[in-house]
Design a protein around this ligand. Structure first.
Ligand code: MSP
Length: 655
């Protein structure tokens, strides 16, 4: 059984459209996922959206829509962007999925039953923007970060999580398993925060319910409360996990949400996985550690000048600007230029300079020169190296040490360092060409063996680069792979199969251009055009013609009823059909609907629908369907289920 690698992005708030920050985090996770697949591991890559909470409730109210309607509209912004960028997520979880809500309530009940959650009255400062109660010290820290936080004082009955009881285990976690938070300086920040002798004193219990909002998961048995949005959102890593993949190997988060992930999250998990009789003041059992994420990897922020890029500050770099030069270009830049853990200023100038230097010149130029020399001097056939002078030996050593160094740096989460090392090798090869002057070697028959060596080494280095860099720039590496005459998908290769000296199996092909040099002035003008706010586009509809007139009696023959979906599951081997159990007041029916491309089963459970109740039963993929759900669409769009008002009960007739 291959090693399992479960990797996650944070669950994005849906009240914002994706920007460079979200794109960076998700690309980073995609790089990790692809890299670990090529290490031969069984990878599960989870991303998704965090959809409850006050901000959504407020925006929905302002827009005059229901929160569910709002999140259904905006959550796809994230999912479709990741798909459009060719990211390789295995699952997209939404905190509004029924199975997630059920799990949160189940865990809440369990923790209450064992005394880790209790009810009390809380009075204190509350940060609206963070949706969290805050202490005076935290307020000062937040203000120091210059993030306009709105504070109010709240007094309310609340459920508390007994966080204070886990302080000892948390401190042991950080000391005994320092890989729990990476990079190291971020671990030190977390330690300082939890340290009992720090300025904050001991950890306080954490309020994990709210009565001030309704858009959330109800506290089981006490409907006046909804579950605190962070308890809800963090648990989506569990509800979205695939069986057999727990615990997460790496969870990538921005530094702003590190504390939630490095303090609350492991404490929640410790509470869930501890056994009765475990001593919270004693040693953290290995058994419990094994259920916690191995590493929380915290990255810094992309800044514009000195300030964080954020919607509220209006200094946003949107994906369409970033993707203007291609997905791989954005991936390369973000991974190469950000040193994990630190902040980094973004400029379009710097972006273009990096791409020109490393992709157009560095890799692109080296590949096209090397391949064209192979065509010209060796009729496309890659020669075996024949002689080794000092310069050849140096390059052989450079190529040989680059692969293990690159892989080691990736393993240490030093992604920019890994790319720096690989591109250092490419620069070494440029120097090798200049020094050995293959165009002169080609003119002298007696230098044929030396030319063979130069060409063979260029080929070997490029083949290795295509393999190693594939997780970062997958499309370019595939093109390079094919240009080198290699078959199949480079992403299906394994790093362990790398054999630098292996002879080329086939002649090289035409060099496909990898990346065209950017002309900065015209590119800046293009980007400025992209930055203009989008003019609202009238929706393009493909509305069918009106049908022929019918009389009232014919219409009335159709028995339309309000129904409620109780269960929903996909019909095996069909991406369109969903089998549902629908309560229509008088009875519960099995209905098979062709809505599987538009809805996940989780989104359907609990939904009210309109059922055509007197249709003759019909078999669909062997399952008898007793009715049909009313949907609306034009000729092109997905089917939208017709949603009756909340007060319409199952069994009501539609007339
Ligand atoms: N919903 C919470 C996460 C819950 S996880 C159980 C949340 N969402 S978020 O949409 O606001 O942010 C998601 C991620 O984007 C965070 O990791 C955050 O650090 C990252 N970024 C947002 N702006 C950023 C930059 N300007 N630069 C880099 N990443 C930043 O927090």
């Amino acid at each position: 059984m291959p090693k399992r690698f479960f990797v996650t992005t944070p669950m994005y708030y849906v009240n914002d459209r994706p920007h460079i920050g979200h794109t960076y985090t998700t690309i980073l996770v995609d790089v990790l996922a692809r890299h670990h697949r090529m290490l031969g591991e069984a990878v599960y890559f989870l991303t998704g959206t965090d959809e409850h909470g006050q901000k959504i409730e407020k925006t929905a109210l302002e827009q005059g829509v229901k929160p569910q309607q709002l999140v259904d509209e905006v959550a796809p912004n994230f999912e479709s962007l990741w798909k459009q960028m060719g990211l390789t997520q295995d699952y997209f979880v939404r905190t509004t999925f029924q199975k997630h809500k059920d799990m949160v309530q189940r865990r809440f009940r369990e923790l209450s039953a064992r005394g880790d959650i209790y009810k009390a009255v809380y009075e204190g400062l509350y940060s609206v923007s963070d949706e969290a109660f805050v202490t005076e010290t935290q307020v000062k820290e937040l203000q120091a970060q210059g993030l306009g936080h709105t504070l109010t004082t709240l007094k309310e009955e609340s459920y508390f999580f007994r966080l204070s009881a886990y302080e000892n285990w948390l401190l042991q976690l950080y000391d005994r398993y320092p890989e729990f938070v990476r990079p190291e300086f971020r671990l030190n920040e977390v330690k300082q925060f939890v340290a009992p002798n720090g300025e904050r004193g001991h950890l306080q219990d954490l309020s994990i319910s709210r009565t001030s909002i309704t858009w959330g998961i109800a506290v089981p048995g006490d409907e006046a409360h909804v579950v605190y949005v962070w308890f809800d959102a963090l648990l989506s890593y569990m509800s979205g996990c695939k069986e057999g993949y727990w615990p997460p190997a790496v969870q990538v988060v921005g530094k702003d949400i590190l504390r939630f992930h490095a303090i609350y999250w492991p404490a929640f998990l410790m509470a869930m996985f501890r056994e009765d009789g475990d001593d919270l003041n004693g040693e953290l059992p290995d058994r419990v550690r094994q259920q916690l994420p191995k590493t929380i990897l915290a990255h810094g922020w992309w800044l514009m000048g000195d300030t964080k890029i954020s919607k509220s500050l209006g200094n946003i770099v949107r994906p369409k600007e970033l993707l203007h030069f291609g997905v791989d270009a954005a991936r390369f830049f973000l991974i190469r230029d950000m040193q994990i853990g630190h902040d980094r200023s973004f400029t379009f100038e710097g972006f273009m300079e990096r791409l020109n230097a490393d992709l157009a010149n560095g890799l692109g130029n080296l590949a096209s020169r090397s391949i064209s020399m192979l065509h010209k001097y060796r009729s496309s056939v890659v020669p075996a190296p024949a002689v080794w002078d000092e310069a050849d030996g140096e390059i052989r050593d450079l190529i040989g040490k680059t692969a293990p160094e690159y892989l080691a740096k990736m393993e240490q989460n030093n992604f920019s360092g890994a790319l720096e090392c690989l591109w250092g090798m490419l620069r070494g090869l440029d120097g090798y060409i200049v020094k050995s002057e293959p165009w002169n070697l080609a003119k002298d028959e007696s230098k044929a063996a030396k030319l063979d060596t130069v060409l063979a080494q260029l080929y070997r280095a490029l083949r290795m680069t295509a393999l190693l860099a594939a997780p970062v720039i997958p499309q370019m590496c595939q093109l390079l792979w094919e240009s080198l005459g290699l078959s199949g998908k480079v992403e299906k290769q394994r790093f362990s199969d790398l054999n630098i000296e292996e002879p080329a199996p086939c002649p090289v092909k035409d060099a496909k251009p990898l990346f065209a040099r950017i002309d900065k002035d015209s590119a800046i003008a293009e980007i400025e055009t992209l930055q203009q706010p989008d003019a609202p586009q009238p929706p393009k509809l493909d509305v069918p013609e009106l049908r022929e007139t019918t009389d009232y009696d014919t219409f009335c023959k159709t028995d339309l009823r309000i129904g409620k979906i109780l269960e929903a599951q996909r019909v095996p081997k069909s991406d369109k059909l969903i089998k549902m159990k629908v309560d229509i007041g008088l009875e519960t029916r099995t209905i098979v609907g062709g809505i599987g491309k538009a809805y996940e089963p989780e989104q359907l459970i609990g939904r009210s629908v309109v059922v055509v109740a007197n249709l003759a039963p019909r078999k669909l993929m062997g399952i008898e369907s007793h009715g049909m759900l009313l949907c609306a669409s034009d000729n092109a769009s997905k089917p939208y289920l017709i949603t009756p008002a909340d007060d319409a009960m199952p069994g009501f007739i539609v007339k």
